[in-house]
Design a protein around this ligand. Structure first.
Ligand code: KIV
Length: 281
């Protein structure tokens, strides 16, 4: 299987084949996703919530994100990998944005970067794109600025906010982004955005009028059960499976049925005898 490129993603849009992507934070998960034919992996700053236990994403830093991105790349060498630019890695200046985007490519092995925001980050999108890096815009519910949005809330539900969102989408494309991700937005708005833009428009909680769907890996696997957003569909109950496995393991340790004879490295009988004899001397 050849490595996936932007050309493949554009061909998929042209032929009407939806792209399927999930987030991934580690090599084993990325490898399994690649084996299952997942098209793209986002090393999201949602790792802060799904792995590090924070209630948001703003604690994530460039070193943390680069380490996870490099792990995902090692696990999925053929899949299109997107590094998610963490809080304050691009907001301060276009120059810092270019340097940090470049680090995702050079040190993380990413194929592209994603950053949050519409009109307010167009200078950054333009600078990163002009440096030759593939940019994914991200509008709608943007977790890094969820404080300003009043929390993790659906966006574009009124005509006024929908118009703002459409203007943001157009500005993202105009600045050079090759892809757009729309999060937790009314499907009516996503549809208009997709009709107006020529670049692929992907959604997470944004309805079906998209060129592809993203879900958080911990949601897909039923691993993150602190809460469940309306747009999430769980395809497994790994939280339940893990709890059962931990309880079964604990039980077997407590009642001494683990480890069994099949789990130990025995000495050869003559070596054991020799040991006992020599110790008895
Ligand atoms: O960090 C992430 O996983 C994301 C998605 C929620 C879009 O940005």
């Amino acid at each position: 299987m050849p490595k996936k490129s932007v050309l493949d993603l554009y061909k998929m849009k042209e032929s009407g084949e939806k792209a399927c992507w999930i987030t991934a934070y580690d090599a084993p998960t990325a490898s399994l996703a690649e084996q299952a034919g997942i098209d793209m992996l986002l090393v999201g700053d949602s790792v802060g919530m799904c792995v590090y236990g924070y209630s948001g994403t703003n604690e994530m830093t460039m070193p943390i994100m680069l380490a996870h991105t490099a792990g995902v790349r090692r696990g999925a060498p053929k899949t299109f990998v997107i590094g998610d630019m963490p809080f304050l890695s691009y907001q301060i200046s276009p120059e810092e944005a270019v340097r940090n985007a470049g680090a995702f490519i050079q040190q993380g092995g990413a194929d592209a970067i994603k950053l949050e925001g519409g009109r307010r980050v167009t200078r950054q999108i333009r600078a990163i794109s002009e440096a030759g890096v593939v940019v994914f815009g991200h509008i709608g519910l943007t977790p890094q600025s969820s404080g300003q949005l009043g929390g993790f809330k659906a966006q574009g539900l009124t005509a006024d906010s929908a118009k703002e969102m459409i203007a943001d989408a157009e500005a993202v494309q105009e600045s050079g982004a090759m892809f757009l991700l729309v999060e937790a937005v009314a499907p009516e708005v996503t549809r208009i955005i997709r009709e107006r833009l020529s670049i692929p428009v992907y959604g997470i909680g944004a309805g079906t009028h998209t060129d592809g769907e993203l879900l958080i890996v911990s949601d897909v696997l039923g691993l993150f059960d602190a809460f469940k957003a309306k747009f999430v569909k769980r395809y497994a109950d790994l939280a339940g499976t893990m709890r059962e496995a931990f309880a079964a393991y604990r039980e077997e340790v407590k009642n001494s049925t683990f480890p069994g004879p099949e789990h130990v490295y025995n000495m050869k009988p003559d070596e054991a005898e020799k040991l006992h004899a020599e110790l008895a001397e």
